[in-house]
Design a binder for this molecule. Structure first.
Ligand code: ADP
Ligand code: ZN
Length: 614
């Protein structure tokens, strides 16, 4: 075993590196700048924390979020690493003290808010020639094309220039479309670069889309059928957050709310209640979550469709960070599209950009929203859709998403497509999808009969397709640009030039057609089978371990998962260590934590065994 792996075991308690970690660590240690693009939960932090421990001197980590810094530093200190953070949450005195310690070389790792970099106090830390790595977390914040542009990130290269020698620079992000990636390379002035993109797949996440008529009822049903799970419900607006939280509390669920309109005191309190497991459910706008490293989030429900796939994957990715099975379910309704459209139109223009650039950004936002809508209405594997969006070439069946579970067949739908397009081309009148589906199925509703649509040559031409299958066909025609749809309350369809071309020269068109009548399966029911594959864990022992963890966490003043994650506790249950040496073998237990906690846990295991023998 080499030094790096030894350190991974000793300090972090993990037996093996995850994909990509090794290569990024080796590059940084070899003096090469890196750009690491890994999905949320993949384990980016270790990629710079571990080299920080192996290099002499200090590693500076630029991070946009105060809560993230606090948790990361808390976790490092728990693992026996000297670390500190410098941001606006410190008092003047604490800050002076931290800077003094830093100058004296007390810390290996210092987290800093970008706004602080160019302050005289912080510059004095870098003056010592011992600054070896500068890491930029959430590096997409440097790009104004990204979703979370932070102008203060642009000061990072200036800061690096103030140092007596150029450190190795590592940039990390979970989001990088081509433009954002180029911005990161250019604006952070990365040199001799290694770019590593790990697979974006998160196999432990189950992806589902539901279009329930009553969203609240669907949420309630989910929560009732998963009573032990803790998770996040994302809503698009503050008002919806308020409404959903209120109803959940009335219904007896333990839920707290979070959005930018609350006073900072309540925000902090609610966040802590959730992170410290005092509240089971967090209902929030997208203001919540960046930098929340709560590892036992077992579901992320989206009450509304978010504005783009980047945001969706990042928010959904907050589930299952410890690698245990978790659900990511989107509750979609057509209204979500309109709300998002409105939010894009209302968004604050960036005053530094020209009107043309602003128009361009709006246009891109709309295109991103369109892609998100295709996900919400997809009839092919959801995981495939997401991974393809991030530039991968995944298999077209994952078996672990709501579409795969419901089942679908792949067929050449060119005749059916031509039929639908012909019907639309034949009249100058405009209708929404539902009317066209009625027409193609030959429905006997009044509107068709009196509107003379029943006289159309295509009336009833696709009578053997069910409604859901025809919806899939229309989604495909929209996604491929053969049809467009107006963006208002009652969207109507019209044929595009590409659609007319297709009618003139029909080409094969492959469609994932949902299997008849199986597609309404609720993922909650389908899911329960999967959980059981986990192997039995002694639930009452696990509960006792959690109690112990909670009391240790309270004593140390840190969230419970900082002591041990749920997965680590499950590993303890499964391995039943009898000695300190065995305890150290449990994945998730490092040396520092073993020294600190082995005695308490071993005592509990011994007495538990004793009780169960009697
Ligand atoms: P990211 O910043 O990429 O979202 P984190 O660095 O917060 O992810 O890591 C996510 C979780 O994975 C953390 O709980 C972390 O301790 C865990 N983790 C990281 N690397 C490993 C590894 N090699 N083996 C097991 N767990 C790991
Ligand atoms: Zn799938």
């Amino acid at each position: 075993m080499d030094q790096e792996q030894q350190l991974l075991r000793d300090v972090f308690g993990y037996p093996d590196f995850r994909p990509g970690q090794r290569s990024l660590i080796d590059s940084l240690l070899g003096g090469q700048d890196v750009l690491g693009i890994m999905p949320t939960g993949a384990g980016k932090s270790i990629c710079y924390q571990l080299p920080a421990l192996l290099m002499p001197g200090i590693t500076i980590v630029v991070s946009p979020l105060i809560s993230l810094m606090k948790d990361q530093v808390g976790a490092l200190v728990q693992s026996g690493v000297r670390a500190a953070y410098i941001n606006s949450s410190l008092t003047e005195r604490q800050c002076r003290k931290a800077l003094e310690n830093a100058r004296n070389g007390i810390y290996k790792i210092i987290y800093v808010a970008p706004e602080r970099l160019m302050t005289s106090g912080f510059l004095s830390v870098g003056a010592a020639p011992t600054n070896n790595i500068v890491c930029v977390d959430e590096a997409h914040c440097v790009s104004q094309w990204g979703q979370d542009f932070r102008p203060s990130y642009l000061a990072i290269p200036d800061y690096i220039k103030t140092l007596s020698h150029r450190p190795v620079v590592g940039a990390f992000t979970a989001t990088a479309t081509g433009e954002v990636r180029e911005d990161i390379l250019r604006l952070l002035q990365l040199q001799d670069l290694k770019v590593l993109v790990t697979g974006f797949d998160r196999p432990n996440l189950y992806f589902g889309v539901l279009s329930p008529t009553d969203k609240y009822a669907a949420v309630r049903q989910y929560l009732l059928s998963h009573p032990d799970r803790s998770g996040i419900i994302y809503c698009l607006t503050r008002k919806t957050v308020e409404e959903v939280t209120e109803r959940l509390c009335e219904d007896g669920f333990s839920a707290v709310r979070y959005h930018a309109g609350l006073d900072p005191e309540e925000r902090r309190r609610n966040q802590d209640d959730f992170v410290y497991d005092r509240a089971r459910i967090m209902v929030a706008t997208n203001a919540f979550g960046m930098g929340i490293d709560k590892s036992n989030v077992s579901f992320v429900l989206h009450y509304n469709m978010p504005k783009n796939i980047e945001s969706y994957y990042q928010e959904a990715g907050r589930a299952g960070r410890d690698g245990s099975p978790a659900d990511c379910i989107l509750l979609y309704s057509g209204r979500d599209v309109i709300t998002n459209q409105f939010l894009i139109d209302q968004s604050e223009p960036n005053p530094d950009l020209s009107p043309e650039q602003q128009a361009e950004i709006r246009q891109r936002d709309k295109e991103r929203l369109r892609q998100m809508t295709f996900y919400a209405t997809a009839h092919s594997c959801l995981r495939e859709f997401l991974l393809r969006y991030f530039g991968e070439h995944p298999a077209s069946y994952c078996g672990h998403c709501s579409v795969c579970e419901a089942g679908f067949e792949l067929l050449d739908a060119s005749d059916a497509a031509a039929c639908a397009l012909r019907a639309i081309a034949a009249t100058s009148r405009r209708f929404g999808i539902t009317t066209w589906i009625d027409l193609l199925r030959g429905a006997k509703n009044e509107r068709l009969l009196y509107g003379a649509l029943a006289a159309s040559a295509e009336y009833g031409a696709l009578a053997d397709w069910d409604r859901e299958q025809l919806r899939a066909l229309f989604s495909l025609l929209l996604a491929d640009g053969f049809l467009t749809r107006t963006q208002d309350d009652r969207p109507v369809l019209s044929l595009t030039d590409a659609g007319r071309d297709f009618l003139a020269h029909p080409a094969p068109l492959m469609l994932h057609r949902p299997n008849p009548r199986t597609h309404s399966t609720h993922p909650a029911t389908a899911k329960q089978k999967k959980g059981a594959a986990q192997g039995p864990v002694d639930a009452s022992l696990l509960a006792r371990l959690k109690e112990l963890r909670l009391s240790l966490a309270k004593r140390a003043g840190v969230p419970a998962f900082v002591i041990f994650t749920d997965v680590t506790l499950q590993n303890i249950c499964a391995m039943m260590p009898k000695s300190e040496a065995e305890f150290l073998q449990v994945p998730g237990v490092g040396k520092a934590k073993c020294e600190r906690y082995a005695a308490d846990f071993l005592a509990l295991l011994a007495s538990y065994k004793g009780e169960n023998l009697q």
